[in-house]
Design a protein around this ligand. Structure first.
Ligand code: TYD
Length: 208
């Protein structure tokens, strides 16, 4: 099937069900005959996956150190995976992208938001998603969804960190809603999985 290609990103707090929904959309697009790849951040390239392991298991990184590791993983992914796919008329679904850095390193860790915007632009080669799908979850539910053994460095952050991350996402959504064309779909992540998948597909199909 030929049509437009789309760059679709799933965003949200830890444990909001992004990965599940990203996979569901990926399968739906494949079934419908659209060329598509599924990737994730940090990760998706050999260097990116190494950085992911490093970031997940080393609680010692400073906020600034952490920021540059995420950006390095992004630069690799954009140049080696995302741009080549889009050029070959293949859509891309990505689990997290630039909005994660604004929410986590900007709002969560308190790093300078203007600097993050500029660094995001650089690391992503100016590429921005056609659609960001935010699976919004109240912070208490984030904590409830993962058991102790499943929690990594990031999940172990205090409740107010997750609260700031959530506010960071909602701030990005409201900044864009003041413009004519919003690139955000905000969904209540506590809704049933199938209902969410259906609404996501209804939003994505017209883009293809
Ligand atoms: P991931 O497994 O994607 O998250 P989840 O726990 O939701 O399944 O883990 C990635 C972690 O990295 C997550 O806690 C968010 C964080 N992160 C940032 O802090 N900044 C970024 O730019 C990105 C891409 C991720």
């Amino acid at each position: 099937m030929t049509g437009a290609v789309a760059f679709i990103v799933f965003e949200g707090g830890d444990g909001a069900g992004k990965s599940t929904q990203a996979r569901a959309l990926f399968r739906q697009m494949q079934r419908s005959g659209y060329p598509v790849i599924l990737t994730r951040e940090p990760g998706g390239t050999p260097l990116g996956e190494s950085l992911r392991r490093l970031l997940k298991n080393r609680p010692g990184a400073t906020p600034m150190g952490e920021l540059f590791l995420f950006l390095a993983a992004r630069a690799q992914l954009v140049q080696q995976v995302i741009q080549p796919a889009l050029q070959k008329q293949t859509s891309v679904i990505c689990d997290r992208f630039t909005a994660s850095t604004v929410a986590y390193q900007g709002y969560g860790r308190g790093l300078d938001l203007l600097a993050i915007d500029q660094l995001n632009l650089l690391a992503s080669s100016g590429l921005s998603p056609d659609l960001n799908i935010l699976l919004d979850l109240p912070p208490q539910s984030i904590f409830d969804r993962k058991t102790g053994a499943q929690r990594d460095t990031f999940d172990a952050a205090p409740q107010d960190f997750h609260q700031r991350v959530r506010e960071g996402y909602l701030a990005q959504v409201s900044q864009e809603s003041s413009q004519d064309s919003s690139h955000w779909l905000v969904l209540d992540a506590t809704r049933p999985r199938r209902a969410l998948a259906l609404e996501i597909w209804q939003k994505v199909r017209p883009l293809l």
